[in-house]
Design a protein around this ligand. Sequence first.
Ligand code: ADP
Ligand code: 5GP
Length: 212
Amino acid sequence: MKDEHISRLGQVLVVCAPSGTGKSTLIDMLRKEFPDFGFSVSYTTRAPRGQEQDGREYNFVSRDAFVAMRSRGEFCEWAEVHGNFYGTATKPVERMLGEGRDVLFDIDVQGAKQLKKTFYKGTFVFLLPPSRAELVRRLTGRGTDSEESIARRLENAAGEMAQAEFFDNWVVNDDLDTAYEELRAVYLAGRCKPSLRPGILDSILQTWRTDG
Ligand code: ADP
Ligand code: 5GP
């Protein structure tokens, strides 16, 4: 019996981190190694940045359109981050999970807490920077943020880390390769949860009745 012939439900994998920790870097590595990952493309009211394309990184919508979707109950979570709205539409996520695809969420801590109410069996990972000084180095080195924006992100980081206890997996992103190995291990371990393999035990036990 080949494993791929056994039905599997998709895993919800939520990754959060203070800005500058390396979340985008690690998520890119994961999506490169596992190209079948479903990615939850969020809705946002912020303007596209750089090479971002509508429908790829985000669905870019007006504030009015966002509020209308929210009042129709189309989001399983939403939050205001740095003055803009961000939200996850429920339908595409449920469709991908129903197809047995794992779905990766790049959302903030407020969103992760809401998502846990719907997808309480999901895997929730918090990435930590090794120190404040290293976080400053990364935010500065990235070269995308003003001094003021870096100061705001550092202040937010302390607040987000105060909520780290909410997450059942912590990965410290000190050495990048080590952090990736840990994130990958958490993801693969999550695939082994019995709740994602309904019927598997029965179908194996059935062979005791038929093969004997
Ligand atoms: P985030 O998405 O969490 O805001 P990024 O992935 O953009 O963070 O990373 C911030 C900066 O830190 C980038 O310049 C990235 O190349 C760098 N970086 C990421 N991980 C590490 C690491 N383990 N060691 C050193 N630099 C890193
Ligand atoms: P950025 O504007 O830099 O792409 O994202 C800012 C923050 O918003 C990041 O922490 C990102 O993870 C978070 N974010 C992106 N999409 C969503 C979403 O749909 N919901 C929530 N709650 N946060 C999101």
